[in-house]
Design a protein around this ligand. Sequence first.
Ligand SMILES: *[C@@H]1O[C@H](CO)[C@@H](O)[C@H](O)[C@H]1NC(C)=O
Ligand SMILES: *[C@@H]1O[C@H](CO)[C@@H](O)[C@H](O)[C@H]1NC(C)=O
Ligand SMILES: *[C@@H]1O[C@H](CO)[C@@H](O)[C@H](O)[C@H]1NC(C)=O
Length: 725
Amino acid sequence: MNLMKHKIQSDFRMIRLSRQGLVLLLIAGAFPTLILVYLTFTSDDGYAGEATFQRLELKFASKLRELSMDNRALRKQVSLARTELAAFEMNVDEASPKSFNNCANTQQEVPKCEVIHIAIVCSGHKSTRDVVTLIKSVLFYRKNPLHFHFLSDTTAQVILNYLFETWRVPDVKISFYHADKVKEDIEWIHNKHYSGIYGLLKLVLPKTLPTSLEKVIVLDTDVSFATDIAELWKMFSFLNGLKVLGLVENQSDWYLGKIWKNHIPWPALGRGFNTGVILMNLRVLREMNWMEMWKKIAVKELETMQYTQLADQDIFNAVLKEHPYFVYHLPCQWNVQLSDNSKSDKCYNQLEEPKIIHWNSPKKFKVENKHVDYFRNLHLAFVEYDGNLLRRELFGCEKSEDANPTASQEEVSEDECFEFRREQSLVHRTHLFYLDYKYQPEEYDVTLVTQLSIDRLQMLELLSNRWEGPISLALYLSDAEAQQFLKYAQDSEILTKRTNIGYHIVYKDGQFYPVNYLRNVALNQSQTSHMFLSDIDFLPMPGLYNHLKSVVSRIDMEKENKALVIPAFETQRYRLEFPTTKADLLTKLDKEEIFTFRYDVWPQGHLPTNYTKWRTAKAMYTVKWERDYEPYIVVKKGIPLFDQRFVGFGWNKVSHAILLDLLGYKFVVLPDAFIIHMPHAPSLEITKFRNNALYRNCLKTLKGEYQRDLSRKYGLKALKYLSVD
Ligand SMILES: *[C@@H]1O[C@H](CO)[C@@H](O)[C@H](O)[C@H]1NC(C)=O
Ligand SMILES: *[C@@H]1O[C@H](CO)[C@@H](O)[C@H](O)[C@H]1NC(C)=O
Ligand SMILES: *[C@@H]1O[C@H](CO)[C@@H](O)[C@H](O)[C@H]1NC(C)=O
């Protein structure tokens, strides 16, 4: 099993590798070699396990291969010159009829473009993380359009809505139903299950979902698919007559009442049924007045039981005990449960392959189970799977309009800055508030707004130690890195104590660090009256948060637009004794342990702050904007966004300072505040900039275009920002 784990992981690594190397290899005409290497690699079978698992794994690997091909097909459109393009297209054309036939064979009973409806109760931050893995597994195998119906709280709705808007998966629709609106139907039930009232919401789905919807697959957030969901959808054909619910038996002994001494479970048929996967015939449920029916039975049972132990599951089971003819027994492969006391081995040891895996033990991955490694790998594979690869179109179904725009070939060949421009039209999949977040802002309050990639993760604890106020943070990560980050944050004593840090994951795509999109995400999600726009490598002086709160409450930033400048310094010392006061800082400045920021490479960025004046300043002073000024500032909420055309290194803050100046913002320097830039290896972006003439030229081009855009919009006022070079 361990071998298999390695193998699946290597498969992923291989695909990542092939994505990066693809363009080069193609240009070298080595595409067939790549495929060959890849096939050789995956057919090299390193272990001798049971046939079922071998087969499964091979299927999984071949699906991955298929997907990575799709991905190549997408990327070719933008990255290849015409001749390679033509050659490559032939490959793709040859491949497609085959997969088409496959589809026809296995999907006879679900018409090709029929929409499959899925209902999920999802609330809070953790569930929204879990549900993404479930959704990835569904998207990975699906061949039909999907419509997800989320019964959610506000938190999950905000997160999922933004996620799907930026994910842009073709042929996927989402709808939300607010949990608050149906709370009263279930609030009266005492529930001891860890899911709280959300555990009971499945009971109200027939009432909540639109009456036009006749059937729906209901899923818990902790299940993963190992097959095409259409296979499950077609089992609705067995739900005829009074059979209104398709369910898999509970694979534990819970409802047999033998778990502990005097254990009295709710009534159930035999072992009872698990409600992690339900086929619901909504139309018939409504016709038989489902809401009244379950309530009556629940009231009766609650007289003796007092509360539910397993939430909705107890009530569903009590209903089925009274009306056994309501249930259609789904084969156990459709809900292989990994709970404690599980008899799930019985299920998947049969010849049939598991189709849905249910992580329904609080211990999750730690469960004792012979095949848990296989399941864990399947699950982790989806956790880390690049969600961007799931954006592919379905064959032959109506084209959705919001697919990512691709540029015409004209542009490809003629614009040398095409790669830069393309970045502007990329929509980055974004998962807001990835971890728990709870904060009640004060009337005058300041959020530190910043962004980072995985190589700066270690700054996070340092920064949170020095800034106790709210932080809005955009993180640029791959799906796998997001997992590393999650573990890092959950293991960090410092970070787990905080609930006032909003972590917003922006998933990697394209070639450049989308710095201004990241800034805008963090800025938009900040919830206080004011924001401190900083960069991750800066550490604030002690007490800066309280100092800034006090400043913004004292001075008028409403009638007059102001940007409060926090003077920036730098050190090359990894073990700097961090200055505690301004006097201390000035001493270290004189001893050359600290310098003004970028004094040697880019002095014009901060010179207008006038460090000479600052040394002795006791009061705030206003400075004039000058060319290339890019101070770190505190502003009130609602300032204009950063211009997202600037990606990677260069001009990303300068362009923003210009805009603020143009809009009449006054730059006011704070005499008693400072931040210090900590040393680190040069970023990849800056290295690219220094070594690549094209990069520098294109930056110049974009700069020119930005200035032209400003002139168009603001007329003469914008003239002074035109550069002469
Ligand atoms: C069945 O019983 C177990 C208790 O062992 C419980 O945790 C679980 O939620 C019930 N359903 C499933 C999934 O087995
Ligand atoms: C930020 O909010 C504005 C206004 O609601 C919106 O137009 C913009 O698209 C948002 N940008 C990001 C990156 O979230
Ligand atoms: C900085 O401030 C001093 C006054 O303290 C002034 O003499 C000097 O001209 C200023 N420098 C700039 C570049 O504005």
